[in-house]
Structure formats: C-alpha cells, structure tokens
Design a binder for this molecule. Structure first.
Ligand code: 4AD
Ligand code: MG
Length: 461
C-alpha cells in the first residue's frame, strides 16, 4: 500500500500507476451509477479523492458507506479534471475493512470546539485537530532536534518526587494508602505522611531542580516531560497536567538564557512553518487569520527586553482600565502581560528582574536586594510562554532565602550540595509546551492543544 503523503511528495511519480490506499471515509457522494469519496489515510493533511462506479463488485455497499468507515482502495492514480486536487484514484476494488455506525458523531458541518471536547477520542479525525496534533508532534521533534544539535544532553527527570521544585505547594500528593485500613497515628488519625510506601511524595511540578544536578555534570542539559499542578483554576491557559521543556546551562547568566530562549523559539517556528505547510495554511484560513503573518514576523524580529519595573511604569501610564490594579510588587496578570506584548510592543518580549517576593526561592538575588534575576517571555495571543531565571549559586544566599520562606532545608540537601561541590553560575527556563502549541496554531484554549486535557473535573478519557 502507498500513502497519500507519498503521492504528494512523489510529484507525479505515481500517476497512471496501480496503487492501494488504506484510510477512512471523510465524505461520500453517490448517484445510481457512480460516486466520490474523500478519503483520509492519516499520513497527510489533505484527503485523496476516490472515484468509483457501478463496475465495482460491491457498488451498492460502497455507495451507502457511512462517514468514518475504514476501507482499502486499489486502482489507478489519474490526473483529476477538478481544480481542487492534482490527482484522484479511480477505484477498481474497494474492500470494506471496518464499517462505521449510523450514529457517527462527526458530521460534515463544522462542530464547535466545546462539543468536540466531549468526544476527545474522535476529534483527531477532524481537519482542525488533525492540523493541531500533527503540529504538536512536529514541534516536539523540532525541540529535540534544536537541543541535540546544540550539544545539550537530554535528562529524564522523575515524575514521582519528594521535593517541591517551585516551593509553591501546588502538588498532587501520591498515595498507596489502603483506604479500608489506612495507617494511623497514636491519636487514631489517618497518617498521610506514610503515603508512598512510607515516604511523602508528589507528582513533579517541574524537573528543574533535578535538571540542575545534571547541568553541573554535563554543562548543557534539558528535560522534556509531563508536569503537574494542583491548581483548581478554570482558565483557557492552565491545565493540571502539561508538558514542559526545561533547559539548564552552566557558566551562564540571564543574558545567555534569554538568547537561548529566543533562538529556540525561532528555530521551532521556522521548522514547523517549513514542515507543516498544509496544516498552517488551513489554520490561517479557519482558526486565526493573522497566524502566518505573526509567525513569519517573529522569526525576523528581535525580541523586546524590559525590566519588571519598566513594565509596571508602562502599564500605569497606559491609560487602560485593568481589572487587577497595577502597582510595583504585584504579580503581573494575563491582562497586563498581553497589554505589554500585544499593544505596547507587538512582538515577543522578555520581562526581567521581578520582585523577589513573587518568585521562587532558587532565583538569584540582584544587587538591589529586592529583585531577582528572573525572566518571563511574553508573546502575543498567549501571554507568559516561558518562565526562567539565573539560579542562586551562592550557598549562603540560598540558605538564607530558604529560611526566610520557611522551607525545610533537609528536604533539599542534595540541591544545596550542588552549591557546595563546584557550584557555578547557571541559568535555565521552562517553556510550557501547550502554550507553545497555542502560539503555533492560533488555538485559544489549552484544552484544544493536548490530546486528553486534565482540567478540574475533566479526567474521563
Ligand atoms: O513559570 P513556571 O512555573 O516555571 C517553572 O516551573 C520553572 N521551574 C521553570 C524553569 O526555570 N526550569 O512554568 C514554566 C512555564 C510557564 O511559563 C508556562 O508556559 C507553563 O510552564 N505553565 C503552564 N502551562 C499550562 N498549565 C499550567 N498550569 C502551567 N503552569 C505553568
Ligand atoms: Mg511563571
């Protein structure tokens, strides 16, 4: 069997040849004597037009096929008289492999994304989701390619961990408790500290701290894995389970970190534009009319840079009525981030040097004593895409900060060891993979860029 991808890539090579294609019926039109099938074989965004007529042995069955049915078609590939496609398949034989039932939930009309979320097991058969999820796959490949070609070592950091990488407490606790006979303390209360075979553990919120340990051995590393946040928030940008790319570089500071993020993002965008042109064209027509222009521009533009304090000044002077009032010290909200990147700059911007109170314990304290060497990358349409920092490599400063925040240093003994045994300046960041896919596709809800979204009360599939 050939694939539709090969037909398109072959540039006429398969014309007038006998081939076989296996796929699923997207649409079917038929009359008494002939019919057309739009067949999608999964290998290529576009469908293949199949023409059949009453000479087929099973013409009756074929002409009544329901959308979604799986078939194998053998026949001649010929030039198509229609303008919509370069070629079509003149069927000589159609074998029905799997019938679809009459209540097939995907109709020819356009369905809303909300409805398609309720049938997440079938939505990848629609044009939009076929485009989104192929782009997701290609983007993941581009990320590995970028890091591997630039000398980074891929580290697999743990999913189950005893540490809280962000110190923010938004963790899913793990349990092996026997709910019928849970361990109890002297007073008879359930002892949750004994939950993972006797140790307190959670699902990781970030692979950063473990990645830092490998950075002190390999110089340049990255992790790319699932992360989990137990935040009970219903927004279009937050999921309880999402994937994160986290590079970490040694003998480097915030400047190198920002350059890395910019180079990486430009590489991914170029790679995806080059390798999924049909999908991009489709999304540009049906999902976001400014998508291609925006993405082509960012590859050429230099990203903006400003400090948190400058951002606050811009927001104060903007004359905008923000829902959340602006003052030095606040955590920037999505509305603020989007104003800065969309209205003020019109391109991706790095905001640096945030107040230490609103950032994680591991960020390096600046000389002013009140800000840290943090960087967030804000992009139009999404807001915060990347969060990162230069790490505090000075053991005394780090210990002091952990004490101030009430963190238990015994839990982080191995992390502190890194500062004791040949610690160096280093920096890194986390790129939210779903936010990246939103940025690359123009989709506006995180539920529509991850195959089976985990958001509050949403774990059916
Ligand atoms: O800013 P965050 O929380 O940073 C960290 O976790 C650092 N440890 C990263 C590092 O320096 N290695 O998260 C990083 C990015 C955010 O910028 C955002 O894109 C994404 O992860 N993100 C989420 N994406 C979807 N749903 C959520 N609940 C997310 N929380 C963060
Ligand atoms: Mg952040």
């Amino acid at each position: 069997a050939a694939t539709v991808k090969e037909l398109y890539a072959g540039k006429g090579k398969y014309l007038h040849q006998r081939i076989q294609i296996n796929g699923w019926v997207r649409t079917l039109r038929s009359s008494k004597t002939f019919g057309f099938i739009e067949l999608n074989d999964g290998t290529f965004f576009s469908n293949l037009q199949v023409v059949f007529d009453e000479n087929l042995a099973n013409y009756k069955e074929v002409s009544k096929l329901i959308t979604g049915s799986a078939i194998k078609v053998a026949g001649q590939l010929t030039e198509s008289p229609g303008a919509k496609q370069p070629f079509e398949l003149k069927a000589e034989c159609i074998e029905i492999e799997g019938l679809s039932a009459p209540d097939y939930p995907l109709q020819k009309k356009r369905h809303t994304f909300e409805y398609l979320r309720t049938i997440a097991h079938l939505r990848s058969r629609t044009n939009t989701f076929s485009a989104v999820f192929r782009i997701r796959s290609v983007a993941a490949y581009a990320i590995h390619k970028f890091f591997q070609e630039n000398g980074f070592v891929h580290v697999h950091t743990p999913i189950i961990t005893g540490s809280d990488a962000e110190g923010a407490g938004e963790m899913f606790r793990l349990t092996t408790l026997d709910f019928d006979k849970p361990p109890r303390d002297e007073k008879g209360a359930v002892d949750f500290t004994k939950d993972f075979f006797g140790k307190e553990t959670n699902l990781t919120v970030s692979g950063q701290l473990e990645a830092e340990t490998y950075c002190m051995a390999f110089n340049k590393v990255y992790t790319f894995g699932p992360t989990f946040r137990a935040e009970n928030s219903n927004t279009p940008r937050h999921a309880a389970e999402f994937w994160m790319i986290e590079p970490e570089i040694a003998f480097a500071g915030l400047r190198e970190n920002m350059n890395l993020a910019e180079d990486m993002l430009k590489f991914i965008v170029s790679y995806v534009l080059e390798n999924t042109p049909a999908e991009m064209q489709f999304l540009n027509s049906f999902v976001d009319k400014s998508l291609l222009e925006r993405l082509t521009n960012i590859v050429k533009s230099d990203f903006g840079h400003l400090t948190y304090s400058q951002a606050v000044e811009i927001l104060k002077k903007s004359g905008e009525q923000f829902e959340y009032p602006v003052a030095w010290g606040i955590d920037l909200q999505t509305e603020h981030e989007r104003y800065i990147t969309e209205k003020h700059f019109g391109k991706p911007v790095f905001v640096t040097d945030y107040p230490k109170e609103i950032k994680a314990f591991y960020m390096r304290l600046n000389d002013d004593g009140r800000t840290v060497a943090a960087m967030d990358l804000l992009v139009p349409g999404v807001g915060e895409l990347v969060g990162g920092s230069q790490r505090e490599e000075r053991l005394d400063y780090l210990s002091k900060r952990m004490d101030e925040l009430g963190l238990n240093k015994e839990d982080y003994w191995w992390y502190l060891d890194l500062r004791k045994y040949g610690g160096v300046r280093h920096a890194g960041f986390g790129l939210g993979f779903e936010r990246l896919i939103m940025y690359l596709t123009g989709m506006t809800n995180i539920r529509d860029v991850i195959s089976f979204p985990r958001t509050p009360k949403n774990a059916e599939f």
